[in-house]
Write a protein that binds this ligand. Structure first.
Ligand code: FO1
Ligand code: 5AD
Ligand code: MET
Ligand code: SF4
Length: 370
């Protein structure tokens, strides 16, 4: 446990941080110093496997989703293709199999056909088998990030994943009318909160976060951070909060939408750090989206770089290659911190309260060899 805070930050406190200027910003930044723990910055060595690029949503900021008639689209990777990527990743010392893909892809005919060809009816059955194969054939731990899932599907996913993830993005209903989410029923904040809450009830170690710069107000950022804190207080399953900056990519609907400013990102990371200051929830800022500026976020309290891959690219943010591990180490050390590898499940969850016997055995083994 970190230092106990007198009072948990409320919405007004967070808005103060998000609206801070000049020396107020520096003072807030200084406040994050008390929450530094060993000056350790973590990352997970992973392989990014996009099972399908087909998605029932169409977020204005997304470059990942492909249309069903796109000849380049990954409709559904075969088990053999997945296994080859996993084996390659294993050689490079990766410990996390990150399955990120479109939501409810089996609502689309092209995916249904492929599933039938592979002998499946539903996407969830295929996902479960892919995760099970990962556990049976490799030492990697699956982490699935594929949109909303029902309570029953989460229950099944829990048995074959060390952790799961879903970006809350933002709690704003207003965004459902803006380019960000107006074609994405799956980004309804009520649904997302329900998925994360169900994961809590099921005791699934969980990764979530917010996307900054997609048309939300500062007030809505504050509300979103508080919503995540409330879920953590209720279930204790949130292991990390990702603060991700929207990156315009040529060709997306929002290609001309302004990027969030560096200062807005700084203030949001400070707000996240101070809001979770009394917990051991990590604040993650992806290093590839902030090439020149990533180090500054460490000085604002971010303590995790997220998944970094030596073998695959970031399929979501294709214009932003990850730094190499040596480069990541150097920029971490130069800022006064130490880089250390973690698993996709944080240490405190590696016990029988959160994992079944098989996952516990595999995670403990990997954790010992770190
Ligand atoms: O390379 C990426 N990894 C993403 N990851 C991977 C993440 O950094 C790691 O897999 C987790 O930290 C677990 O180790 C996500 C995982 C989630 O559960 C939810 C959202 C994301 C988002 C991204 C992303 O945009 N790009
Ligand atoms: C996997 C996660 O990546 C984020 N995401 C999707 N598109 C972009 C983009 N252009 N820039 C930054 N983040 C993005 C969303 O938050 C999604 O949930
Ligand atoms: C590729 S985006 C990440 C997974 C899922 N489609 C979501 O937006 O939640
Ligand atoms: S961000 Fe995820 S849900 Fe939105 S369109 Fe892209 S793949 Fe689909």
């Amino acid at each position: 446990m970190k230092i106990k805070m007198q009072n948990k930050l409320n919405k007004e406190d967070i808005l103060h941080i998000l609206n801070a200027t000049d020396n107020e910003i520096i003072n807030y930044m200084l406040k994050t110093v008390q929450y530094r723990e060993n000056h350790l910055i973590t990352y997970s060595k992973n392989v990014f496997i996009p099972l399908t690029e087909i998605c029932r949503n169409d977020c204005g900021y997304c470059n990942f989703k492909k249309k069903s008639d796109d000849p380049e689209a990954i409709i559904l990777k075969t088990k053999q293709e997945v296994l080859e990527s996993l084996k390659e990743a294993e050689k490079y010392g990766c410990k996390e199999a990150l399955f990120t893909f479109g939501e409810d892809a089996d609502k689309e005919e092209v995916v249904k056909l492929k599933l039938a060809e592979y002998g499946y009816e539903k996407m969830i059955d295929y996902i479960i088998d892919i995760c099970q194969m990962t556990l049976d054939e490799t030492s990697l731990l699956p982490h699935t990030n594929g949109g909303n899932f029902s309570f029953d599907d989460l229950k099944r996913l829990k048995e074959v994943n060390a952790s799961l993830g879903l970006m809350l993005e933002n709690t704003s209903n207003r965004l459902m009318e803006l380019p960000a989410h107006n074609k994405s029923p799956g980004k309804n904040p009520k649904l997302r909160l329900e998925t994360i809450s169900n994961a809590g009830k099921l005791k699934i170690p969980y990764t979530t976060g917010i996307l900054i710069g997609i048309g939300e107000t500062k007030e809505e950022i504050a509300e979103s951070l508080i919503a995540i804190r409330d879920l953590y207080d209720k279930y204790g399953h949130i292991q990390e909060v990702i603060i991700q900056n929207f990156t315009p990519i040529p060709g997306i609907e929002m290609e001309n939408w302004p990027e969030p400013s560096f200062l807005d990102m700084i203030k949001t990371v400070i707000a996240g750090t101070l809001l979770f200051g009394d917990t051991d929830v990590s604040i993650q800022v992806p290093p590839n989206l902030n090439n020149e500026t990533a180090q500054i976020f460490l000085l604002c309290g971010a303590d995790d770089w997220g998944g970094v891959s030596p073998v695959s690219r970031d399929y979501v943010n294709i214009t932003s290659p990850w730094p190499g591990i040596n480069e990541l180490k150097k920029l971490t050390i130069d800022a006064g911190f130490k880089l250390t590898e973690r698993l996709c499940i944080y240490e405190k969850y590696i016990n029988s309260e959160w994992l079944n016997d098989n996952l516990l055995k595999k995670a403990s083994n990997l954790s010992k060899h770190q």
